[in-house]
Design a protein around this ligand. Sequence first.
Ligand SMILES: [Zn+2]
Length: 334
Amino acid sequence: MTAHPPPATAGRSAQCAGGSPPRHSDLPARRLLLVHAHPDDESINHGVTMARYAAEGALVTLVTCTLGEEGEVIPAGLAHLAPDRDDTLGPHRADELAAAMRALGVTDHRFLGGAGRYRDSGMMGAPQNDRPNAFWQADLDEAAAHLVAVVREIQPQVLVTYDPNGGYGHPDHIQAHRVAMRAAELAAQAEFRPDLGPAYAIGKIYWNCNPRSEVERGLARLRTAGHAFLGIASADDVPGVVPDADVTATIAGNETYAAAKTEAMRAHATQIAVDGPFFALSNDLGQPLFRTEHYQLVHGFSGAAEGELEDDLFAGIAVPAGAARSGRIEEVAE
Ligand SMILES: [Zn+2]
């Protein structure tokens, strides 16, 4: 992927090359960090990926930046949770997220700065954007520092987040992208907040994406299948659609991982209606539930042969023999 300049961590990788050894000797050999805006984004975009790496014994850490308090509630029976009524959607969605993580086998889940530190900002232009505790109003370095602490603690070789537009322009998604990229940069700087742990440089950073041809094929399947939705999304309604050539990695789900993803998405019942291999958000426009997930490498080196796609986000990262699946190691050489 060449269209995007690498973040400032590139120039600092040498300083941390080979990495400082993990402070915790019981860290799994492979460590994946995902940064998302709201509960449900992780399952929609990465359910297969998270289930696979968790099952393989990698440490999968999800950091969610808000509780999703401003989401629209799908089930009529839960309409009272909405922000203009009881305003209890946040804690309810935290419970949905916990259930989704159980479905995916992921045990390390955190909210940025602690649950409720940053509030859902609502859609772009909404008055909720202007609330002082809205994530959209967060001071970038202050928010990033919360994530730097996580990065230096778990020392992920791989970071996954959104593209600069947050996939579809939601303020919290854009902000999650900014915070994740800034945290990657700051975590590698020894002079930044040494109280948060020794400097650590993340080896590979990916943005999640959906190749246009696959989205079009999925929507075509939906048009010919029976479904329970009000309508069908257009490709432009699907977040993170990119030209096929921008995709650098694909993670294909087997039956087990696809089922885990579906179960995780069902757990987000206030936000997602699942119907077989399709789903809809509160707009009730059907879209495909992808069992193959796609990524764009924007920092670090591809582990695939020239011109080929990676099928493993850790490809090219040295992991001690025998430690890759479930072993625990004293030190990771990167
Ligand atoms: Zn979201």
